[in-house]
Structures are given as structure tokens and as C-alpha cells.
Design a binder for this molecule. Structure first.
Ligand SMILES: NC(=O)c1ccc[n+]([C@@H]2O[C@H](COP(=O)([O-])OP(=O)(O)OC[C@H]3O[C@@H](n4cnc5c(N)ncnc54)[C@H](O)[C@@H]3O)[C@@H](O)[C@H]2O)c1
Length: 255
């Protein structure tokens, strides 16, 4: 009682808000799209996999846009398209990311590093650049960047990935401070430990086992658990928190 009025959840309600979720076609991004849509948001589902984006968008009544987060042109076109179809973007979730090739430093090439840093770091930077002036004009915005526990701890054989996620955490803190004074705009990151999604299929089982062994709860997380935290940070109520990195690691993180 008190939580629901006429069947609508009045807490963390996103009715009237427009969200842009990168990598929304599967895994954590898909769960985020579904959760934000359930909360009332109109969701732009951006993914380089056009059919995956289309499938999710159709299911949630959102708008699919195909593109690569590393391409400034793709990102700008996608943002314009979503603004035109759904309205100005209130919520940006930078979720698209890859683990890249696993290996020790002496086993990885410059290209192995660059591909991960491009998608995981330059991608979120381009997406923020594409929406931030609109948010400044409207004096409202919520940006949530999906980092990783790897960005705090540094996982062996995942040097490029770990470094990229550390960069995401620090970029979050820098941008959050740059935006203070521009209205109610917050920028936060979250750092999941291992979550059950298709990204795990690309990792050696020994790496996955190592990651689970580090989690006090002794299990992998669910995409829906991550989506719930993103929902809170994307809501108007999360207005006095910016530049933070929220843990969602089953107790693994110690800071
Ligand atoms: N699954 C985990 O254990 C875990 C843990 C911590 C952090 N994360 C992070 O969460 C995010 C989502 O992970 P996931 O497990 O859902 O991954 P996933 O591989 O299941 O899905 C990623 C989605 O992003 C899309 N994508 C990838 N590169 C893209 C690009 N350049 N442009 C546009 N779209 C692109 C893919 O097509 C895919 O739909 C990633 O940033 C990942 O690093 C995942």
C-alpha cells in the first residue's frame, strides 16, 4: 500500500522520458531496455547487430537503430533519429562493450588493445558527446556507464578490458564534475562482476571460473539485477549522486 496508485508504480517512474541504450540487442543491454520500458520510458535500442536491436525494440515498443559506437557518424545519426522518433534523450546508458582477446601482455598485439579501447572507451565518449549539449540545454539528464569489477581489480589475461573499464570509471568522474552547474544532470557508472550473458561464451572457462571464485555470493549475477540498478540511477529520484561507481558484484568489490 502506498507504493502503487491506480496500478502504476510512482517510484522511479520513467513515463515521458526517452532513453538511448547502446548494445541494447542482447544481454545486459537488452535487460536494461526492457526494464526502462517497463518503467514507462520510450527506448532507443542502439546496436551494431541490426536484427537484435529490431527484435528488442519491437518487443518493448521502442525504436531500433543499427550502428557502431566507435563511429562518430553512426552515433550522431542514431541520436538524431531517436530524438526525431521518440523525443529528446533524457537517459543515456553506455552499455555496448566487448572483452576482446584474452591473453597476457606478451601475447597481445597493439590491434588487440586498440579494438577494446575503441569500443569500450571511445564509444561511450562519442555517445556522451552526442547527447550532452542537448541535456545541458534542457538542464536534465541521466548518464549511466557500464564499467566492470575488472576496472577496479584488474583481471589477469584481460588487460585491455580491465584498463578500458578503469578508464570508463574515471571518465564518469571527470564528466560528472564538468556537468555540475548545468542543471539536474548526473553521470554514474556501475561495476558488475560476472553476469550471465552471451559475452561469457567468448571467454575461456578458466577465466569465468576464476571470476566466480572471487565472488563471496558464489554465483554469477543476472542481467535483470544489473538493470534494476541502472533503473534507479536513470530515475529522477537519483538526483544527489554523481560521479560514482556503484558495485554490483555479489560482494566481490572491497571498495
Ligand atoms: N556479462 C558480464 O559478465 C559483464 C560483467 C561486467 C561488465 N559487463 C559489461 O556490460 C556490458 C554488456 O555486456 P553483455 O555481457 O551484455 O555483452 P553481450 O556481448 O552479451 O552484448 C553486448 C551487445 O553490445 C553490442 N555491441 C558490441 N560492440 C558494439 C559496437 N561497437 N557498437 C554497437 N553495439 C555493439 C553487441 O552487438 C551486443 O548486442 C559490456 O560493456 C560489458 O563489458 C559485462
Amino acid at each position: 500500500m502506498g507504493f502503487w496508485i491506480l496500478g502504476m508504480n510512482t517510484f522511479f517512474d520513467l513515463t515521458g522520458k526517452v532513453a538511448f541504450v547502446t548494445g541494447g540487442g542482447q544481454g545486459i543491454g537488452e535487460a536494461i531496455c526492457r526494464r526502462l520500458a517497463q518503467a514507462g520510458a520510450k527506448v532507443g535500442v542502439f546496436d551494431r547487430n541490426a536484427s537484435a536491436a529490431q527484435r528488442v525494440a519491437l518487443d518493448i515498443g521502442g525504436h531500433a537503430v543499427a550502428g557502431d559506437v566507435c563511429s562518430e557518424a553512426d552515433v550522431e545519426t542514431a541520436v538524431d533519429d531517436v530524438c526525431e522518433q521518440l523525443g529528446p534523450i533524457d537517459i543515456l546508458v553506455n552499455n555496448a562493450g566487448i572483452t576482446g582477446k584474452a591473453g597476457k601482455l606478451w601475447e597481445l598485439s597493439k590491434a588487440d588493445w586498440e579494438s577494446v579501447l575503441d569500443i569500450n572507451v571511445v564509444g561511450p565518449v562519442l555517445c556522451c558527446k552526442a547527447v550532452v549539449n542537448l541535456m545541458r540545454e534542457r538542464k536534465y539528464g541521466r548518464i549511466v556507464n557500464i564499467a566492470s569489477i575488472a576496472g577496479k581489480e584488474g583481471n589477469p589475461t584481460l588487460g585491455p578490458y580491465s584498463a578500458s573499464k578503469a578508464a570508463v570509471i574515471c571518465f564518469t568522474k571527470s564528466l560528472a564534475k564538468e556537468l555540475v552547474g548545468n542543471g539536474d544532470i548526473t553521470v554514474n557508472a556501475i561495476s558488475p562482476a560476472v553476469i550471465a550473458t552471451p559475452i561469457l561464451a567468448g571467454m575461456p572457462q578458466s577465466t569465468v571460473d576464476y571470476m566466480i571464485s572471487k565472488i563471496p555470493m558464489g554465483r554469477v549475477g543476472k542481467p535483470e539485477e544489473v538493470a534494476a540498478l541502472v533503473h534507479f540511477l536513470a530515475s529522477a529520484e537519483a538526483s544527489f549522486t554523481t560521479g560514482q561507481c556503484y558495485d554490483i558484484s555479489g560482494g566481490r568489490a572491497t571498495y
